[in-house]
Write a protein that binds this ligand. Structure first.
Ligand code: HEC
Length: 273
């Protein structure tokens, strides 16, 4: 923890990418991409879907990762997810049996931001089954991983055409750029300002590409975890209270981050340190 605090004190104010509060999502996306392109001219766009492994300076980690991925550590859990999916006939609740649609999540349904997690639990409820309680790991992470695996390689395409979706996007964006916690850091301080730098033995990923690899298997977790579990961990890192997984704010944040990952291929499930 001491290391982390020194790091945070040294980095000071963030000034690299001014974010205009009035900008349209399209303008945000343009500025975002051009920022990361300038910052990492040698990293190909699609590579950002591989998190920190995409970045210069992470070559050792990447080599290790490529070795790990020859026998991905999440295979058994993915199989569990498929079993649960099949046993509960979850495909009947989704368009095309749930195949090739995960890249369009999250979406606005006229009332709220819908994530795969929410739709899976709604499906279970519809079938008179118990919704899955733990939204961070275990069954839910496994089923989401399975559903996303049926859309692997599809390019992120979220729909922000409705006023409701735009409002949720703005909310997520605000959360992303706002300072919080005892350390007074925003998401952008680490993932926009400092990608590629070490923090407490970890290399920071670029904000571009966030979400497309989740659920992810982390050795630290000893299993698959959902994106909102990761959000909770990042909030805790700055000593802010994590929000509940699938809370309205985390879903808005997911919408914002996913829109900013537009056109990147889904790589979930993935492995991360
Ligand atoms: C103090 C620095 C710090 C802050 C602030 C921070 N994170 Fe992180 N975040 C990390 C570290 C360290 C990791 C693990 C290494 C990596 O992948 O970046 C991580 C990983 C992630 C990942 C996984 C990326 C991937 O593909 O593996 C996501 C998504 C993420 N953070 C989102 C956020 C969001 C959203 C916020 C704001 C609520 C945030 N982070 C704030 C340090 C931070």
């Amino acid at each position: 923890m001491k290391k982390l605090i020194i790091f945070l004190t040294l980095t000071g104010m963030m000034g690299a990418m001014p974010v205009a509060s009035q900008a349209s999502p399209e303008d945000d996306l343009k500025a975002w991409r051009s920022y990361f392109k300038t910052r990492f001219p040698d990293v190909k766009f699609d590579e950002f879907s591989n998190g920190l492994y995409a970045l210069p300076g992470a070559e050792d980690r990447r080599a290790e990762w490529e070795e790990i991925m020859e026998f991905p550590p999440y295979e058994l859990e993915l199989e569990e997810g498929k079993k649960f999916w099949d046993a509960n006939k979850l495909g009947t609740c989704f368009k095309n049996g749930g195949r090739g649609i995960a890249h369009k999540y999250p979406y606005w349904n006229g009332k709220q931001v819908r994530t795969i997690e929410l739709d899976i639990n709604a499906c279970l409820k519809k079938k008179g089954k118990k919704p899955i309680k733990n939204l961070k790991k275990g069954k839910m992470a496994q089923v989401v991983a399975y559903m996303k695996s049926m859309s692997r390689g599809k390019r992120v395409k979220v729909d922000l055409s409705s006023a409701g979706a735009k409002a949720a996007y703005e909310k997520g964006k605000q959360f992303y750029w706002a300072r919080r916690g005892q350390l007074n850091f925003s998401c952008a301080h680490c993932h926009v300002d400092k990608p590629g730098q070490f923090i407490g033995g970890n290399i920071l990923s670029a904000g571009l590409g966030h979400g497309v690899g989740f659920p992810a298997y982390r050795s630290k977790w000893g299993g698959l975890g959902t994106l909102h579990r990761r959000y909770g961990g990042c909030n805790k890192q700055v000593r802010a209270k994590p929000l509940k997984p699938q809370s309205e704010t985390y879903r808005a944040l997911e919408l914002y981050e996913t829109y900013m990952a537009s056109d990147l291929p889904l790589t979930a499930p993935s492995q991360r340190f």
